[in-house]
Design a protein around this ligand. Structure first.
Ligand code: HDD
Length: 688
């Protein structure tokens, strides 16, 4: 890739920091060759160790200091490099250089994360996901530190420590890990009704993304674009995945947390290694400053979204992630995002949550990365030149040359000189006048209308999942009053929601208190966000056994590959398979059944073959595999006699998303199965 892409410039900069010389001799950190790395220096074979063993002391000391504090939130994550490409120039909106020319590419690093869990927690817990993008622009770094949900739990950053203390494991026993289903979170919720809208999102399947590659991202706050002439436009940022938005279901997510705690992390890594580069479109909702007060909610309130039906999303460019980091700690762990990392042309609003973040992120990096020079770490270093009078501090790696480190100076010929408003960052001009108050604006007071908007915009199956999630989470709360109070809070949103959750918890249905909701916003439903890439990159299990008929398996595998899906052949004993029946020429991975399970796949298909069907239909693990796929709404296919395995698992052959007509050819099954596997099927009858 040439230099014009911009992407290579970050890669080249990183190259200078890469160390890869495994063939050289082992040395100490002083570069002294080490003669023996296995034994301490001691007085005699069985004698005590000697303090002068500097190699041993250095090795152990370094090891003892290997850990840094994990992020106080968003500790668990995965990152990747790529580029952002603008579709066109947008001079009427912003003077930002990275949006100033169609086709201009800017390197990026993206880190996705869960919020509540520790670094080692499972990926597929019920949680918000972080979606943080660092643009290495020619004018300095711009960090868009967003989430996969467009609203937030609280309105004012002063409540952030309280919220985080409530959702994190409880302080007396540090239980539960990476889970919101406990008393303190829901106690916070009942006392802070502004959480209601976000809690509906968090109880929806948005909190269980199938993949980081199939999540939307949102800047959440209202930001401000500033054009060269100073014109300001309020802006909300949106990332839309090309693969569509896809989620897991709760039972499946829990199973995956045990089967593969690295499920989302592995998925991102493998897709990029395989060249299936994930892609998102960056879009914006734009509100001219003159229309700031045209809405029945406040643009400064982060618990509100602007329905896309009111303000459509205008696409500005696309982002592609095409390179995995070389070293998790150096890059993904040490990357430091900050909402105040903005470039000329991008500015803030007075959202009190955003304003608090503008303080918090720099502060946290100082403790997490040990001092003010974290900006010099390779992953954080801007591509733009850095030139100022900031000096010294822990881990300073620059050698700033010259006599002067102050401004204004004459000895240094006045250098470096300030850029001035034309080139330099100039904060948006705004007249501000007010009393000093510790008070919420009355325009932030409505906590339920948009919660109702979200609920009413959901498809039936999404509502079922939300009700199940509230019932599960509140069911885990040990304090009865918390369950009762939260259900009463839900009665402000919708009678059906509150009533169904009350039923699930064995409580009386609360009195109806509904707030009138705006018109539903279809763009909030996952039903409208499926994408148009069908089954591309989805993972399909092909269940096989010795005796599986090649003529029934190979066309299925070929058809799935032709649609860019990933296929794995799953068998109790892969070595017993006829090599021809495994599509070996296609390098199809074969997995022993004991090492995988149904929740790790998006759909399952069973080719026929007399002996094989008998083996499969009498194997409990196979039957559970198929039954679980059915329960999780996944497409299930069978070729020829393979249908016998489905009926042994109790799967009705005419249920939605089940392709099991023995009269169909393998090619026909493959085509129908591929269509069925593009989405989940929730309207299924119970298994027989
Ligand atoms: Fe935050 C990390 C997103 C509110 C304070 N936040 C962090 C990360 C993301 C977000 C994606 C992880 C970045 C990474 O991968 O390194 N945070 C959000 C969003 C918010 C939000 C979308 C609301 C709209 N955050 C928020 C508030 C505060 C913080 C109100 C404090 C007042 N967030 C932090 C932090 C973290 C952080 C403590 C922990 C680690 C870090 O910053 O680097 O400063």
């Amino acid at each position: 890739m040439g230099n014009d892409t911009g992407r290579d410039r970050k890669d080249e900069q990183l190259e200078a920091a890469r160390e890869a010389d495994p063939e050289g001799r082992l040395t100490t950190n002083q570069g002294v060759p080490v003669d023996d790395d296995d034994n301490t220096l001691r007085a005699g074979d069985r004698g005590p160790s000697l303090l002068e063993d500097f190699h041993f002391r250095e090795k152990i000391t370094h090891f003892d200091h290997e850990r840094i504090p994990e992020r106080v939130v968003h500790a668990r994550g995965a990152g990747a490099y790529g580029y952002f490409e603008a579709y066109a120039a947008y001079p009427e909106l912003t003077r930002a250089h990275f949006l100033a020319e169609g086709g201009r590419r800017t390197p990026v690093f993206v880190r996705f994360s869960t919020v509540a869990g520790s670094r080692g927690s499972a990926d597929t817990v019920r949680d918000v996901r972080g979606f943080a993008v660092k643009f290495y622009t020619d004018e300095g770094n711009f960090d868009l530190v967003g989430n996969n949900m467009p609203v937030f739990f609280i309105q004012d950053g002063a409540k952030f420590p309280d919220f985080v203390h409530a959702v994190k494991p409880e302080p007396h026993n540090e239980i539960p890990q990476a889970a919101s289903a406990h008393d303190t979170l829901w106690d916070f919720v009942r006392n802070q009704p502004e959480t209601t809208h976000m809690m509906l999102w968090a109880m929806s399947d948005r909190a269980l993304p199938r993949s980081y590659r199939t999540m939307q991202g949102f800047g959440v706050h209202t930001f401000r674009f500033v054009a060269a002439d100073g014109t300001g436009t309020f802006v909300k940022f949106h990332w839309k995945p090309r693969l569509g938005v896809h989620s897991l279901v709760w039972d499946e997510a829990q199973r995956i947390a045990g089967l593969d705690p690295d499920f989302n992390r592995r998925d991102l890594w493998e897709a990029i290694e395989a060249g299936a580069y994930p892609e998102w479109e960056l879009g914006v909702q734009l509100v001219p400053e003159s229309r700031e007060h045209d809405f029945d909610f406040d643009l400064l309130d982060a618990t509100k979204l602007i329905p896309e039906e009111l303000v459509p999303v205008t696409p500005l460019g696309r982002m592609v992630l095409d390179r995995n980091p070389d070293n998790f700690f150096a890059e993904t762990e040490q990357v430091a995002f900050h909402t105040a990392h903005v470039v000329p042309g991008i500015d803030f609003s007075n959202d009190p949550l955003l304003q608090a973040r503008l303080f918090s992120y720099l502060d946290t990096q100082l403790i997490r990365l040990g001092g003010p020079n974290f900006t010099q770490l390779p992953v954080n270093r801007p591509l733009a030149d850095v030139r100022n009078n900031q000096r010294d501090g822990y881990h300073q790696t620059r050698i700033d040359v010259g006599q002067t480190a102050y401004s204004r100076n004459t000895l240094g010929f006045g250098c470096p000189a300030a850029a001035g408003p034309e080139d330099g960052y100039r904060h948006a001009q705004e007249r501000v006048d007010g009393e000093k108050v510790k008070r919420r604006s009355p325009s932030f007071a409505d906590h339920f209308s948009q919660a109702a908007l979200f609920w009413r915009s959901m498809a039936g199956w999404e509502r079922d999942h939300i009700v199940a999630a509230f019932t599960f989470e509140l069911g885990k709360c040990e304090t009865a009053e918390i369950r009762r109070d939260v259900v009463a809070q839900l009665a402000h949103v919708d009678a059906e929601l509150a009533g169904r959750v009350a039923d699930g918890l064995g409580l009386d249905r609360p009195a109806v208190l509904e707030t009138p909701a705006p018109e539903p916003s279809p763009s909030l439903s996952l039903d409208t966000l499926g994408g148009d890439l069908g089954i591309a990159t989805r993972k399909m299990a092909v269940l096989a056994a010795s005796g599986t008929e090649p003529a029934e398996l190979v066309p299925v595998v070929e058809a799935l590959y032709a649609r860019a899906a990933v296929c794995e052949i799953v068998a109790a004993d892969p070595a017993s398979l006829d090599p021809e029946a495994t599509g070996a020429d296609k390098d199809v991975v074969r997995r022993p059944l004991a090492t995988v399970d149904s929740p790790l796949y998006d759909a399952v298909v069973v080719p026929g073959g007399g002996d094989a069907v008998e083996r499969l239909a009498t194997d409990d693990d196979v039957l559970r595999f198929v039954a679980e796929a059915y329960r999780h709404g996944k497409a299930i296919g069978a070729v020829g006699l393979g249908a016998g395995v489905l009926s042994a698992a109790g799967v009705p052959d005419d249920a939605p998303g089940v392709v099991a007509d023995p009269g169909l050819t393998a090619e026909e099954v493959a085509a129908n199965f591929a269509d069925a596997a593009a989405s989940r099927h929730w309207d299924r009858p119970a298994r027989g």
